[in-house]
Ligand binder design. Structure first.
Ligand code: GUN
Length: 742
């Protein structure tokens, strides 16, 4: 039997011809995505790290990368091959895969980076692309013009315009070879915008973000984050984004959270040459170590002292293996975090490893210019220093919207409190926006009673009181105060609000009147008189009575309800819950939600919680979900919302995402005639079969499906935003939950 690591892996199967160059998204967490890029040397799973292989100095043999580490793609430099006669001859004779002895995906760079390091390169724009094509690379790179962070705006603009001016001829020279279209723009937000827009209009397969190596070398990670936020929202979402020259694992979680798909690393080899070890928290020198910072497979059984005693080449080799293993392990961790919906949490944890990374993270999540007041800022009073109140003010809102609105909410599972950072996680911002934009109180509302003081769910403590209030004070809006914000009591089980795993003192903070007032304002309840009631401990009824007194209301909370009153109250509270959840979770307007609940009947479990909401004819409309407090739509509910839609159906696939809509109901997706019979049978909608959709389509949110003549076909859960629906051509667009047969 072969020793561990000596097995040979089979060569990859080429993709189907019709899929060549396509990129599909298989899982996501906000803008972080797991994808598949189809090439003739296999389907590359992303996020992926492409180790840099210098064709002259192979610190780790490409074949070892393939066989031992399962590395599916690498990057090498075509300019070096073009320049060296011996390499060029072999590459042209055996192809680049033969030259490097690597059966997977090979990307090549063009010489731009050499021009940045050594000055001009003498190769022509068409020539270098034609050369890459001639040696059979999978993904070639055009000769872009490098933009350094120290350049003046005019110089950077020239780099951006000149790069774009070369795009068409480079694509022409590439023929069917996939081509990288790098985005330049230095540290100028507007120029990154322009570059992304201009390059995005050409038919590139991948967009690398260029000019970031010096930014990373100088550890300007806030600028790195800004470059990403200025660029990615403007790129076509069906193309992978490559962070050119980014191979330090410390940057992976944040980059992936912001939407990066590909990385390349020379760092594993360069740092090894220097006796340095990469870790997810930075870099360590082998000379300083008694123990390994991480016990990677290649160093099991040795100590740093053993390795120091090795001869130079063997030591460099081993450290390169160590660095590659650490890098791959961190990438694997990020991929799992995307599957688990925790990539932002990982980015948050990693941000504590380096001050510059922390600065970048805080700029992203707490800069007031990004936030539009969505945070419960009670928790942020000590963080002014982190804020970037500079000339950026107000310029990044669109980018942050782009991030927030791609988040899935509600989610399953507890929200793990991690200090103040918890409150600015983008999926929590999204949950708050949904609530603030979509929920509206009843017209008869005059006052509010606010319960607080425990972790959700509140219902066991307050259900009797809610029933009593419903009968005796129907104009009082009951609310629940959570550390993540103020919510109507009807949403008391909704994730994330009800699911914060935090120490008791976070949950039991004294409610501050000013904060509550701001929260009420955000809910459209300006100047509404309110009183608070601590729910923890004995004497709850007395505390409610006292609060009612402060509102000038009668307070005989001990007077029992009659059985009829109790049943009526329960019915009313169920109606209210169905209505409020439709508003917040399905984007239904107040009147329509009310109308849909008219005549509704309920199936309840033994504890009296609603399992199903049926219409007057007994058809299943919705089910409140116990695990996340969400609301699942059933076919009769979807039909009811479709029938009550007042806007015209969408007639095109939007070019921009837009979430300013509230109250128009779940987004509608119009599919073509080929897809119709499948949807009617409850089968998923695939990319390429949608003709139109509403611009507020968002991943994880329910949507309605119709045909071109406006007939309702079914409903499902969208896997994408509207622009993604417009661009992507492979993969599932909508997971269909129910279809209507003819
Ligand atoms: N490698 C690192 N940065 C760059 C860049 O901006 N352009 C190209 N072509 N290669 C790079």
């Amino acid at each position: 039997m072969a020793a561990w690591g000596d097995e040979r892996r089979d060569d990859p199967a080429p993709c189907r011809e019709q899929d060549h160059g396509r990129f599909e998204v298989t899982q996501r967490d906000g803008r972080a995505r797991l994808g598949r890029l189809h090439t003739s040397h296999g389907v590359l799973e992303t996020p992926a790290l492409l180790p840099v292989v210098n064709p002259n100095i192979r610190t780790i043999e490409p074949r070892v990368m393939w066989d031992k580490y399962g590395i599916q793609a690498l990057i090498t430099n075509s300019y070096i091959m073009w320049k060296h006669e011996d390499l060029r001859t072999v590459a042209q004779r055996d192809g680049v895969h033969g030259l490097l002895d690597f059966p997977g995906v090979i990307m090549t760079d063009s010489g731009t980076f050499q021009s940045y390091v050594y000055g001009d390169v003498e190769v022509g724009v068409d020539e270098i692309v034609a050369f890459q094509r001639s040696i059979g690379v999978d993904i070639a790179t055009m000769l872009d013009v490098f933009s350094r962070p120290d350049m003046k705006m005019a110089e950077v603009e020239h780099a951006v315009r000149e790069t774009e001016a070369r795009a068409a001829q480079s694509l022409e020279a590439a023929g069917t070879t996939m081509l990288n279209g790098p985005i330049q723009g230095g540290v100028f937000r507007e120029l990154r915008h322009i570059s992304a827009q201009l390059m995005g209009q050409h038919d590139f397969a991948v967009h690398p973000i260029g000019g970031i190596v010096p930014v990373m070398e100088q550890q300007r990670y806030k600028d790195y984050a800004k470059i990403m936020m200025a660029t990615l929202p403007l790129l076509p979402p069906d193309r992978p984004v490559h962070m050119f020259g980014c191979g330090h694992p410390m940057l992976f979680p944040m980059s992936i959270a912001l939407g990066a798909d590909l990385f390349d690393s020379a760092a594993y080899a360069l740092f090894a040459r220097d006796g340095r070890l990469l870790t997810p928290w930075g870099t360590e020198r082998i000379d300083d170590l008694i123990d390994w910072p991480l016990l990677m497979p290649c160093v099991a059984g040795t100590t740093p002292a053993d390795v120091r005693a090795m001869e130079a080449e063997a030591k460099e080799q081993l450290l390169a293996h160590f660095n590659l293993e650490v890098t791959l392990a961190e990438l694997a961790r990020c991929k799992q975090a995307v599957r688990d919906g925790r990539i932002w949490q990982l980015a948050e944890q990693r941000s504590h490893q380096h001050p510059a990374l922390r600065e970048a993270y805080l700029w992203l999540t707490t800069s007031p210019s990004l936030q539009r007041g969505v945070r419960p800022e009670k928790f942020y009073t000590d963080r002014d220093a982190a804020r970037d109140v500079d000339r950026d003010q107000g310029m990044w809102e669109d980018a942050w919207d782009w991030m927030v609105w791609s988040q899935q909410t509600p989610r399953v599972g507890g929200v793990q409190w991690g200090g103040d950072d918890t409150f600015s996680r983008p999926h929590i911002a999204k949950a708050r926006r949904h609530l603030h934009m979509r929920w509206t109180h009843d017209a008869n509302m005059e006052q509010a009673v606010i319960f607080h003081g425990i972790r959700g769910p509140f219902r066991e403590r307050i259900n009797d009181l809610l029933e009593w209030l419903n009968i005796h004070h129907p104009n009082v809006q009951p609310m629940v105060l959570t550390p993540l914000g103020l919510i109507p009591a009807s949403l008391e089980d909704l994730n994330p609000f009800a699911h914060l795993d935090a120490p008791p003192w976070v949950l039991r903070h004294e409610p501050e009147a000013a904060w509550i007032e701001r929260e009420l304002q955000r809910l459209g309840m300006n100047d509404v008189p309110f009183a608070t009631v601590d729910v923890a401990g004995d004497g709850l009824k007395q505390r409610l009575a006292a609060s009612l007194t402060t509102l000038g209301l009668h307070n005989d909370v001990h007077a029992p309800l009659t059985l009829e009153e109790r049943d009526e109250a329960r019915h009313q509270l169920r109606i209210k819950q169905g209505q409020d959840k439709q508003m917040v979770l399905l984007n239904v307007g107040h009147e329509v939600a009310h109308d849909v609940m008219n005549g509704a009947t309920f199936v309840v479990n033994r504890e009296g919680r609603m399992k199903n909401i049926n219409n007057a004819a007994g058809e299943h409309m919705f089910s409140p979900r116990l695990r996340d407090g969400g609301l699942s739509m059933a076919t009769a509910g979807a039909q009811a919302l479709f029938d009550r839609r007042s806007e015209a159906l969408p007639s095109a696939l939007p070019r921009t995402e837009w979430w300013g809509h509230s109250g128009q109901g779940p987004a509608v997706v119009i599919v073509d005639d080929d897809a119709e019979p499948f949807v009617r049978k409850g089968r998923n909608v695939f990319h390429g079969f949608a003709l139109a959709c509403d611009p507020w389509l968002a991943p994880g949110e329910p949507c309605l499906i119709a045909n071109q003549t406006g007939e309702f076909l079914g409903h499902g859960v969208s896997q994408c935003t509207s622009t993604e629906l417009a661009c992507l051509s492979k993969g599932i667009a909508v997971k269909t939950r129910g279809g209507v047969r003819r």
